[in-house]
Ligand binder design. Structure first.
Ligand SMILES: [Zn+2]
Length: 409
């Protein structure tokens, strides 16, 4: 039975990967590809389309699956169907062929985020075709340019605000199920001069232990032997431990302070001409305790010391932390423990990148960022990198997770 389901799921996800929906200001895919993708969705999930009201906002899809109990707060599930570019020559398998090898489907978007979109719709389509009606209104949002501007999601969020809508919970992509939650580091590009080297070697932002991270460490600590004994103390939100974290794990370190990654630089035009100007772009992820203003001030002050000017190129709305003792997180935790085999527990964490959920912060107190796929560290690095892939064995549990959620909201 599971094998049958798996075979069908593989086929559906493969079809979704094979349509190139690259969202990139310079080399984006054609509008026809995006339209073709939307057509494919209704081919794959006809019962869902039948059960829902559908609205479109410049390619972003919004569906409403009407619930039976109007006293319940509506909930919103979201994932996006655009992907970041992929250079075929860098990949083990072509990025848009969705080939199967080593028990995995390889392709851009398998994890970020067509995989999530597929599981979200597959589960709803199944339940709808079985005649299931949710208790609460379930809304689905599928954005078409999350990876660039997120204008689709913004348009949807503004429309919802005009309608005066509020959600009991919002569930977007984000965390995954990982075997080694705290592990190695990803290097930053710190090669352009003393400034970058300085920023790279010094703790230039405020360090603090946010509540969700303390809770995460407390739970993880139980499974981590000797290191764990130290981490369990995080419950007391010790600053000293927060300062230690970046040395233990860059992923965990990114949750206790603002981070900056130098992503692009430039200047010279020819090998024998000294450039009159050079620049570097730092991608900042601002911690909740320090915030944007103060984080930008901190980096500006250091830049000044090195005789550099700074300029904010793009500013994102700030988002709040969800309450890990709230109903939404508890439900996700229960769904994961019930539906994903081999999972001992589920911890809160802080997603350090921005996803579309940031636009929905004003619409709900419970914005959770999570995808029900089991992945390893290589797969985690493949998101926005090369050789992105999803394990075939994780597909059935992912659909079960969404089914569980729809049946309990
Ligand atoms: Zn994404």
């Amino acid at each position: 039975m599971d094998k049958e389901r798996q075979a069908k799921y593989i086929e559906h996800l493969q079809k979704m990967i094979r349509i190139e929906t690259v969202s990139d200001p310079d080399c984006g895919s054609s509008a026809e590809n995006f339209a073709e993708f939307r057509g494919l969705l209704w081919e794959l999930f006809p019962a869902l389309k039948e059960a829902c009201e559908l609205r479109e906002f410049d390619g972003a899809l919004l569906l409403r699956w009407k619930g039976s109990d109007p006293t319940r707060m509506p909930v919103l599930f979201m994932n996006h169907y655009d992907v970041v570019p992929a250079r075929e020559e860098d990949w083990k398998y072509p990025p848009f062929a969705a080939e199967i090898a080593d028990g995995k489907i390889w392709g851009r978007g398998t994890l970020d985020d067509k995989g999530g979109l597929w599981a979200m719709f597959e589960a709803a389509n199944e339940l709808a075709s079985e005649g299931f009606v949710p208790a609460a209104d379930i809304w689905f949002e599928a954005d078409c340019n999350e990876e660039t501007f997120g204008t689709g999601a913004q348009a949807v969020a503004s429309w919802m605000q005009e309608q005066g809508m509020r959600f009991g919970m919002v569930l977007d992509e984000g965390g995954d199920i990982v075997r080694e939650p705290i592990s190695g580091a990803k290097g930053t590009l710190a090669r352009l001069g003393k400034f970058m080297a300085y920023v790279d070697r010094h703790q230039v932002f405020d360090v603090d232990m946010p509540h969700p991270v303390a809770e995460m460490l407390k739970i993880l600590g139980q499974y981590m032997g000797r290191t764990g004994k130290v981490l369990e103390k995080a419950g007391k939100r010790e600053k000293a431990l927060a300062r230690l974290l970046p040395a233990i794990s860059s992923a965990a370190g990114a949750m206790v302070s603002t981070t900056i990654a130098f992503t692009m630089c430039g200047g010279g035009e020819a090998v024998n001409v000294i450039p009159s100007e050079a620049w570097v772009i730092g991608d900042m992820r601002c911690s909740h305790h320090q915030g944007q203003e103060s984080s930008i001030n901190a980096i500006t002050k250091i830049a000044k010391k090195f005789g550099l000017e700074t300029e904010v190129i793009q500013r994102e709305p700030e988002s709040r932390l969800a309450d890990f003792r709230g109903e939404a997180f508890l439900l996700v935790r229960q769904a994961v423990k019930t539906c994903i085999p081999g999972v001992d527990d589920c911890t809160p964490y802080i997603m350090t990148g921005g996803s579309d959920a940031r636009f929905f912060d004003r619409l709900s107190d419970q914005c959770i960022r999570f995808l029900p796929f089991t992945i390893d560290t290589e797969q985690l690095d493949s998101i926005h990198g090369i050789n992105e892939c999803v394990s075939v064995d994780t597909l059935v549990p992912a659909v079960d997770y969404y089914r569980f959620m729809y049946q309990h909201v």
